[in-house]
Every structure is written in C-alpha cells, then in structure tokens.
Design a protein around this ligand. Structure first.
Ligand SMILES: [Zn+2]
Length: 496
C-alpha cells in the first residue's frame, strides 16, 4: 500500500491511547507535541486525531501509552460499541474517498445561505431571532465593552474547545434517534469542525468531545402552537434532567462548565441534536447550538458546514448573507471588527462560511474569530516623524539598522514613503485595517517603489490608507495612516 502514503507535509493520524483518565490522555498529547504534531480532535480518554509530520507517526508507537496509529481507514468489524466505534466511523468517513467525491458533486455546496428557492438559511427569521437574543441576554449578560477595546466576554476560537454533543433521544417512536443517525451526526460534526479549525493552524484549535444521549418521554401533544416559544425548553430541560443536571437553563450551563473544566478547555459550548419540535432547523443562543437531523432541505450531508457556521456564531461571527439584515459598519467578535463582508454593502464580498454553504472564510470572519491577533510580532500606534525611519520587526523608530521604511522629505512638500534595507511595500487603498489578515498581506503585489506622500493632490497617504509591508526580515506587516502631515500618525501590526 506504499503508493498511497503521503510524502512530506503533515499528515492526519488516528491514535489510540491506553488511558483511563485525562492525565493519561495529556501524556499522549505531550508526546505528540514533542514529535512536532498537534491534536485536532480528542475523544477522551482513549482516542486522539492529530496531525504529525509525515514519517513521525510510526516513531510514537509504544510511547506515552500510545498503542496504535493509523493513517488509513480502520477495519470496524470487531470494534466494541461506544466512543471508539463512533470515532472510528467518523475517521473512516473523513479519510475515505466517498465524502470528498460527494462534496465535489454536491449541488448544495457553494450556494448562498439565502436566496434559494427550496432551502432556508441556517438562522431563524427576525421575529424568532429577536426572542432568542432576548433570552441570550438573560443567560449571558454582555460584558462591559470599552469603546474600541476588546470585549473579553466574547470567546475567541483558539486553543482547546470542549464540545458537548447532546443527542436528545426519545422513547416516542417519531422522536427516537437511531445509532446510524447518531454516527452520521458525529461524522458530520467532526468534519465541519475540522474544516473550521483547518483554516487557521496558528490558532492550534483542538476539539474535545463529550457525547450524551438522554432519552426522554415527551409526547407530540405536549408541543402546541401556544407554547412554541418554549419548545426547546421542554425537551432541553427534560434532557438535562435525565443527565442528572437541574432541569432548567442553569442545568445546561452547569453541564457546559463541567465539560470545560474536565477537559481543561479554554471554552466550551453545547450542540443539541434532536428530532423534537424546534422553532428552526439550526440556530444558536446562550452558548449552545440546536440542530435538526434534516437540516431543512440542505440534507444531512451539509450538516458539517451548518455546524461550522453555527459554531462561528458561538465565537462572535455575524451572518454575512443579505437577508440576515447585516450591514458593514456594525462590529463583532472580541476585537470588535466590522462586518465588512456583508453582501448588502460590499458588492465584492468573498465566499465565506458566514455567507454561504462554502468551505472558506473571509478576512472579516478571521477578525471576528480573533485569528488576526495571533502570533503578533509587534503592534502599536505612534507618530512617524518627518525624515525618520521605522522598523516593523521591532516596532522601533530610527533604529541603527534594519529599518523597513523611511519617511523621506525631499523638499518642503515632496515626500515619499520609501522602502529600506530590502523591504517591500504595497498600497492597499482603504480597507478595514482590523480585518486585513496575514493571508491577505501575503497576497499583495509588493514592490520596492516608494509611495508618493507629497503635500499635494499626488498624496497617496491620506488618512485611512493601509500600506502592506514585507519587512527586511521577511515578515508581513500592515500600517494604517491615521493622520497626515510632515509627521504621520500611524498604527501598525507585524505578524510573526
Ligand atoms: Zn447564521
């Protein structure tokens, strides 16, 4: 089978660990990290999916309790039931060829979330949404927002995240969940979250799963048009009760706090999947996502991208499709980045998970998720004085060596922003500074030409202008012109 082996790069590996507690799992995770890998998914305590430098997998066998490593589909014939079988099923779907071929041929992939004749967007209509937001505020009071500063109560999508997948099963036939349906949802969920975390390896996102399947006995006649706004409460509270938590919203919050602590996670949220009545087939509020098996007409094969979209909401992302009523000026996410990819106001809006059923993210969504703040080498605001130089790698004005730009004053009015020491510049126009990501900086058409900043109509450094810099040390940086004159008021961010 050597013909199928990946050469070079990092490779995903299904890892079995002999462990009965999290301490054992953590030992295996440390060994994986020492080998240059990182964990993508964990089904504690015995199963991990990691990416490892190709060729490293074999060396880990027998170390830190690691008993088996697989890079190819695993034979399931003799597997015991339980988490191992679910994880193996999801893995086999992931590495098998069927899913990739199905996605490539899918008529739904790439379609806008709205504007489809037969398909509805994965967010409730305005009136239902308003009710949910109201309840949101009851459960999660908004953090004190300092204007322009980060809102720390909004989570960023980085590091270890615990996901409590709660299947609200039933003794009533119409609402009962089959093992096969459960398996499919696990496969779709891990696939969707893999896609989301795969967009930003620097965020080192690790999904730690907890699966629950409370069986409740609520009958159909208990859900009426009159109590429509409490449908979710009925089945969710009953489910939490079966799991031994208080049968109310605090029970759910306690459950989420429990899985966060048990997995030493930076954040946790719950994903409820049920056939019980709900006001919409997919929605989010109060740090939990509710999903239906059918995903409206999108079909269960699109569950993965809908889960990723809803998870985007958990981490502060707004919708970007037209009928969501979005606008380009409202700010979102911990770092309060504008929703500039909203298609109502940006005619050139990009394909993005928050806009369409598409496996992609735009720079704005990256900003909302907190990814543009990752691996910052230096950042700040300063006054770049006329005739002075500036080094973006160190964030220093007038260094003896290594300056990337020179704010040259050729005459009293002729001024040039001049690259220095092998650095390059690109003029980006006036995009939203906070939303310019490292990815976008890498894609600029850099040159060693100076940029005209003369005190005349030729000036290309008017306030709001963003300049991309490839530094003399090979890093990427962005600079915002805040004020223009003999001195320039600037803000900058340099990425590692
Ligand atoms: Zn949405």
């Amino acid at each position: 089978m050597t013909a199928h082996k990946q050469v070079g790069g990092t490779q995903e590996v299904f890892i079995q660990v002999k462990a009965s507690t999290m301490a054992g799992t953590e030992r295996a995770i440390s060994a994986i990290e020492r080998a240059g890998g990182r964990v993508l998914h964990a089904f504690p305590p015995t199963i991990l999916v990691a990416c490892l430098p190709a060729g490293q997998a074999a060396k880990l066998k027998g170390k830190a309790g690691i008993s088996a490593l697989d890079t190819r589909p695993i034979q399931t014939r003799r597997l015991p039931k339980g988490p191992l079988a679910m994880a193996v099923g999801a893995w086999n779907d992931h590495v098998g060829t069927e899913r990739s071929l199905r996605d490539l041929a899918s008529p739904e992939v790439g379609k806008a979330w709205d504007g489809q004749k037969t398909l509805l967007p994965p967010d409730p209509p305005a009136d239902v949404l308003a009710k949910l937001r109201e309840r949101d505020r009851e459960v999660m009071p908004a953090g004190a927002a300092t204007r322009g500063g980060p809102v720390m109560s909004i989570p960023v999508l980085t590091g270890r995240v615990a996901v409590g997948v709660v299947f609200v099963d039933s003794t009533v036939g119409a609402y009962a969940i089959t093992d096969q349906e459960k398996m499919k949802v696990v496969s779709e969920t891990t696939e969707g979250l893999s896609m989301l975390s795969g967009f930003e390896p620097r965020a080192n996102i690790q999904w730690f799963y907890d699966f629950k399947r409370p069986k409740i006995g609520l009958a159909a006649n208990q859900f009426t048009p009159a109590n429509q706004n409490s449908w979710e409460d009925l089945w969710r509270n009953a489910g939490m009760g079966v799991l031994g938590y208080p049968a109310n919203i605090n029970g759910m919050v306690a459950y989420i706090n429990h899985i966060k602590a048990a997995n030493a996670a930076q954040w946790a949220y719950a994903l409820f999947v049920t056939k019980y009545p709900k006001t919409w087939f997919a929605y989010y509020w109060g740090n939990h996502v509710v999903m239906d098996f059918g995903v409206d007409g999108w079909g269960i094969d699109n569950f993965s991208r809908v889960v990723a979209h809803e998870t985007g909401h958990v981490f502060g992302c707004p919708d970007e499709y037209g009928s969501s009523g979005c606008n380009c000026t409202s700010v979102f996410g911990r770092y309060q980045v504008a929703n500039g990819n909203c298609e109502n106001c940006n005619p050139a809006s990009m394909p993005c998970l928050m806009k369409a059923n598409t496996p992609a993210v735009c720079d704005y969504t990256r900003g909302h998720l907190g990814w543009n703040e990752l691996a910052v080498q230096s950042k700040g605001t300063t006054i770049l004085k006329g005739t002075w130089t500036f080094d973006f790698d160190t964030g220093k004005q007038g260094p003896p060596t290594g300056a990337d730009i020179w704010w040259r004053q050729a005459t009293a009015t002729v001024r040039f922003l001049t690259p220095q020491s092998g650095a390059f510049l690109a003029h980006m126009g006036k995009p939203n500074f906070d939303a310019v990501s490292l990815q976008t900086l890498k894609a600029q058409p850099y040159t060693a030409l100076p940029i005209n900043g003369s005190a005349s109509s030729a000036n290309r450094l008017t306030p709001g202008t963003v300049i991309a810099i490839k530094t003399n040390a090979g890093r990427y940086a962005k600079m915002l012109i805040k004020t223009y004159g003999y001195n320039l008021g600037i803000a900058w961010v340099t990425y590692k």
